[in-house]
Design a protein around this ligand. Structure first.
Ligand SMILES: [Zn+2]
Length: 312
């Protein structure tokens, strides 16, 4: 029997990452295409179509289906909105559009949900029935698995962990509100703090430079990272008190910079979380990194019986 594959597409505002994944969860082929310069919704859709075709070609058309992780609110394969860093996408039936142009079965979900699925099946969330996922980058996204099911709120419009309000009168946030977790603890906020302390240009900085300088003991980097840890702990303490997850998994940003990162957050959360909510919880780093979304997309394709039947 020919080996069957899932095509996985991770749509981001910097890259569209694509991969071909076999039933063992191995990424056998992958590539990324820049999406930073795209100007319209149509161009993004064209990019996704091109990526799917390229993968299908590489799989010699032995494809069970396509899983797409998209950075917005998704209900029944339709992008309802909530897309911050890409143009358009209000009530766009992305699933049907890609299915019509490629002839393949397509599943679309929020990218943080797909990442959560990848970590649950193959990574740091293995064997967890209750887990919370945080992706820390330019913004902060997240998702939660409650009793083995992704929970998204009514019509998947909830789980906006980046917009937990830390200070109602705080700095303006990308969501239009003020003082959100994201406005204080994202990598964008960390870079802003470090630039303010050093006089450096924001465009010359990234999270890796700051963590490197922090580990070297540079005063400004230590001060900026202490602020970052402080606010990360504030948001995460709230999440632990609400969900009491077995694992709270942090991905993206600087979470892969070393054990010190989660250890420092763990230490601060342990001091402030309600003891009973934290007693069975662990704060850990994502194990799959950039691949968690692709693997989540694939595992969703493999675990959807409708797709398996229609291709058998
Ligand atoms: Zn906000």
């Amino acid at each position: 029997m020919t080996e069957m594959y899932a095509i996985a597409i991770d749509v981001g505002s910097t890259y569209v990452r694509s991969g071909l994944i076999n039933l063992k969860g191995e990424i056998v082929y992958s590539f990324k295409m820049p999406s930073k310069a795209v100007l319209s919704e149509g161009e993004i859709i064209a990019l996704i179509n091109a990526a799917v075709r390229k993968c299908a070609g590489a799989a010699d058309n032995s494809v069970l289906g396509v899983g797409i992780g998209f950075p917005g609110i998704v209900e029944n394969n339709i992008i309802l909105g909530g897309v911050d860093n890409l143009p358009g996408f209000h009530n766009v039936d992305l699933g049907s559009l890609i299915a019509a142009s490629t002839g393949l079965n397509v599943l679309v979900d929020n990218d943080a949900n797909m990442m959560a699925w990848g970590e649950l099946q193959f990574g740091a969330g293995k064997n967890c029935s209750d887990a919370v996922f945080l992706t820390v980058g330019a913004g902060i996204g997240g998702s939660a698995v409650i009793n083995n099911k992704l929970y998204g709120g009514y019509r998947n419009k909830g789980m906006e962990f980046g917009h937990i309000v830390i200070n109602f009168d705080g700095p303006a946030c990308s969501c239009g509100g003020r003082g959100c977790f994201e406005a204080y603890a994202s990598i964008k906020a960390l870079i802003k703090d470090y630039a303010r302390l050093t006089g450096n240009n924001i465009s010359d900085l990234n999270g890796k430079i700051i963590t490197r300088n922090y580990l070297a003991g540079e005063t400004a980097a230590v001060e900026a990272m202490n602020l970052h840890f402080h606010y990360m702990a504030a948001g995460i303490t709230s999440l632990i008190n609400i969900f009491s997850p077995q694992k709270l998994i942090i991905g993206g940003g600087v979470s892969d910079s070393g054990n010190f990162y989660v250890q420092e957050i763990n230490r601060r959360v342990a001091e402030r979380a309600m003891p009973d909510t934290f007693s069975d919880s662990m704060i850990v780093c994502s194990q799959m990194g950039n691949e968690s979304c692709l693997l989540g997309c694939a595992s969703r394709v493999f675990s959807t019986p409708m797709l398996l039947q229609s291709n058998s």
